[in-house]
Design a protein around this ligand. Structure first.
Ligand code: IMP
Length: 177
C-alpha cells in the first residue's frame, strides 16, 4: 500500500468503503425512481464531480446530468455567504431533481441551494450527499447519505484544500499546521 501524502494525517473513508457505498446509494436511487420518469441529477461543482461520475454510472434508471457552481470557502474557514457562480442550463419545473453534493458541513450551502431549486417548482427534490460533518443543524432532509464523519477538514474523492488532493481515491484528514 502507498504511504499517505505528508499533508494528510489519516484515512477517514477508504476507497473500498466509498465504492461500496456509492453502489448502494445508486441502487437505492434506482429503486426509488424505477417508475420510468427521467431523473435530473444536479452536481455541485467543483467538489461533487468525482462522486457524481461514479454514482451516475451505477444508476440503472434514465437520468440527465447538469451542474451548478456555488461560491465556496476560502481555505479551511467558512466565509458564510453563498452565491450562484454558474447556474443550470435548463428549467427544472416538473422534473425529479436530485442534488448531488460532496460534503455538508454547516449545511448553509445545501439549504441555500434547496431553497433556490424548490422555488423553481420541480416535481420532486432530493439530496444525495457523500459525507456529512454536522448532523444537528440541518433544516432540510438528506435522503441519500454516504457517511457521517468527524468535524475535521477532509480532502480526496473530489474534496480539496486550496484545489489540492481532489483526485485521491479515498477521503483523508488534512494535517493541521
Ligand atoms: P457548508 O455550507 O458549511 O455545509 O459547506 C459546504 C461546502 O464547504 C462544501 O460544498 C465544500 O466546498 C466546503 N467544505 C466544507 N468542509 C469541507 C472539507 O472538510 N473539505 C473540503 N471542503 C469542505
Amino acid at each position: 500500500m502507498n504511504a499517505l501524502h505528508p499533508d494528510l494525517s489519516r484515512i477517514v473513508v477508504s476507497a473500498d468503503q466509498i465504492q461500496t457505498r456509492v453502489k448502494e446509494l445508486a441502487g437505492q436511487i434506482s429503486t426509488d425512481f424505477s417508475n420510468g420518469d427521467q431523473l435530473y441529477i444536479v452536481g455541485i461543482l467543483k467538489g461533487a464531480f468525482i462522486f457524481l461520475a461514479d454514482l451516475t454510472r451505477q444508476l440503472t434508471v434514465p437520468h440527465a446530468v447538469d451542474f451548478m457552481a456555488l461560491s465556496s470557502y476560502g481555505k479551511t474557514t467558512s466565509s458564510g455567504a453563498v452565491r450562484i457562480l454558474m447556474d443550470l442550463r435548463e428549467p427544472i419545473e416538473g422534473k425529479n431533481v436530485i442534488i448531488v453534493e460532496d460534503i455538508v458541513d454547516t449545511g448553509r450551502t445545501l439549504e441555500y441551494l434547496y431553497r433556490i431549486l424548490k422555488g423553481r417548482k420541480p416535481a420532486s427534490l432530493h439530496s444525495c450527499v457523500l459525507v456529512r460533518k454536522q448532523r444537528d443543524n440541518l433544516n432540510i432532509p438528506i435522503e441519500y447519505l454516504g457517511f457521517d464523519i468527524p468535524d475535521v477538514w477532509v480532502v480526496g474523492y473530489g474534496l480539496d484544500f486550496a484545489d489540492k488532493h481532489r483526485t485521491l481515491p479515498y477521503i483523508a484528514e488534512l494535517k493541521r499546521d
